[in-house]
Design a binder for this molecule. Structure first.
Ligand code: F6P
Length: 319
């Protein structure tokens, strides 16, 4: 393989730059030419290709976001879009493509494999919603960013004897809420995988009122409800003073933690190794501390299971 490309797709995640850096430098070390594609799959369709050299990835390991920029590309959901993408890559002499993104991005990569481009997927999303890998690039940083906010919110809640509902990202996957609920000592964690009605929440909050605690934190994943609705409901049905905070896109930015830089670097290097050996149609990840790879469809079909043990521990230690 002489020439490969790399792109970032879907929601950006801290650590994507570390992955791009590793891809570029590992590929050059192996004697390959590397092209960066700007704006995700949109950039493949519009031929936004830029040559990447050793120095074009200098000074980026510590930066959040992605230097290649990212997009959610609707055209890659269609056969016309996928055909054009494969044609554009072939016209540039690009034989292999590394896609850093989530499951939607991996489906696009799988379609390009069918059209003769060897693709490797690298998991980059703050959601941690890919079950074939223990962690995705960006999740650890997002959790630490949320934790920093929870710490600050806890200070002011404590001063005023209030309860805060902190809404974090995660439409279908509650991992950010679960892990930061544990780390932030939340009184209640609400996640989409284990639905909790407002009436069930009320039971918890009545217990909480009796427990002698004077302030508290409810961490709510966006897929499990809306912070302002929970705030209104609890203010109306309890004697508590409740405030809502929606953390939003603050969770996606910021300098990556060392773990996300490590993950970006090792997974990026592994992706290049596979292409170097003529292997495509794979996704890379980390399982029990080991860097692994598997077939794309097999990997994205692994069913997600919520860590119920962690959820139970969180309930006990919140008492
Ligand atoms: O997939 C990453 C993610 O940050 C989700 O947690 C969130 O629901 C979504 O992206 C937000 O998307 P957008 O940036 O398009 O508003």
């Amino acid at each position: 393989m002489k020439k490969i490309a790399v792109l970032t797709s879907g929601g950006d995640a801290p650590g994507m730059n570390a992955a791009i850096r590793a891809v570029v430098r590992t590929a050059i070390d192996a004697g390959m030419e590397v092209v960066g594609v700007e704006n995700g799959y949109d950039g493949v369709l519009n031929k936004e290709f830029i040559p990447m050299g050793l120095r074009s990835v200098s000074d980026i390991i510590q930066r959040g976001g992605t230097i290649l920029r990212s997009a959610r590309c609707k055209a890659m959901m269609t056969d016309e879009g996928r055909d054009l993408a494969a044609k554009n890559l072939k016209e540039e002499g690009i034989e292999g493509l590394i896609v850093i993104g989530g499951d939607g991005s991996f489906r696009g990569a799988e379609e390009l494999c069918k059209r003769g481009i060897l693709c490797i997927g690298v998991p980059g999303t703050i959601d941690n919603d890919l079950a074939y890998t223990d962690y995705t690039i960006g999740f650890d940083t997002a959790c630490n960013t949320v934790l920093d906010s929870i710490n600050r919110i806890r200070d002011t809640m404590g001063s005023h004897n209030r309860v805060s509902v902190v809404e974090v990202m995660g439409r279908h996957c509650g991992d950010i809420a679960l892990y930061t609920g544990i780390g932030g000592g939340a009184e209640v964690i609400m996640i989409p995988e284990i639905p909790m009605t407002l009436d069930e929440l009320l039971v918890h909050m009545k217990d909480y009122e009796k427990s002698g605690k004077r302030s508290g934190i409810i961490v709510l994943a966006e897929g499990a409800g809306k912070a302002d609705e929970v705030e209104k409901f609890l203010n109306a049905h309890t004697g508590l003073e409740v405030r809502a905070s929606v953390l939003g896109h603050i969770q996606r930015g910021g300098s990556p933690t060392n773990f996300d830089r490590y993950l970006g670097t090792t997974l990026g290097a592994k992706a290049v190794d596979l292409l170097k050996n003529g292997i495509g149609n794979r996704i890379v990840g980390i399982k029990d501390g080991q860097i692994v790879d598997m077939d794309i469809i097999e990997g994205i079909s692994v069913p997600r299971t919520v860590n119920t043990k962690l959820y139970e521990i969180a309930k006990v230690v919140a008492k």
